[in-house]
Design a protein around this ligand. Structure first.
Ligand SMILES: Nc1ncnc2c1ncn2[C@@H]1O[C@H](COP(=O)(O)OP(=O)(O)O)[C@@H](O)[C@H]1O
Ligand SMILES: [Mg+2]
Length: 144
């Protein structure tokens, strides 16, 4: 199953905690691509389903870029939920890129997080890797 289909499936199922969905998703992706995933942290609590969906959609695009563009053999993923909100970091030590990332994927990642009140940035260093950083402010985490 490709990554988008997989995400749609788990999103439709709904009702599962973000940590559980992330863990399952990352295992599947790592098995398929042969790229190791280092998980720095996982959210302890529950977040609204629409935020889970947005975070997973952003993560899917970031991982597809790691697979397609980075050449990296390891990617680090951190998702933490704290007083300031939810933070998402996807970081690889692959080939990186020069200048601003501009493409449909980068626009889509920002749009997914903007839809739940958050934002996202993609930073590359040529030869030094790429980091995607996203945040969803605490106010946007309230609700069902
Ligand atoms: N993890 C990454 N490693 C290297 N380059 C990346 C990475 N993520 C994004 N990029 C660069 O940013 C560009 C834009 O990404 P994106 O908007 O997803 O478009 P696409 O994947 O269709 O090329 C990519 O073409 C690539 O040059
Ligand atoms: Mg892309």
């Amino acid at each position: 199953m490709d990554i988008r289909r997989y995400l749609q499936t788990i999103m439709q199922r709904g009702g599962t905690g973000l940590a559980e969905e992330l863990g399952r998703h990352l295992d599947e992706w790592s098995r398929r691509t042969g790229i190791s995933v280092e998980t720095w942290a996982l959210p302890a609590g529950r977040v609204p389903q629409r935020v889970t969906d947005a975070v997973l959609a952003c993560l899917a695009e970031a991982l597809s870029n790691v697979e397609k563009h980075s050449g990296a053999s390891v990617v680090s993923v951190a998702v933490t939920v704290g007083a300031s909100g939810l933070r998402l970091t996807i970081s690889d030590h692959g080939r990186g890129f020069l200048g601003r990332a501009s493409g449909r994927g980068v626009v889509a990642m920002s749009a997914h997080l903007a839809a739940v009140g958050g934002r996202c940035a993609v930073n590359g260093t040529p030869g030094g890797g790429t980091t995607v950083s996203g945040i969803v402010p605490a106010a946007a985490l309230r609700g069902p």
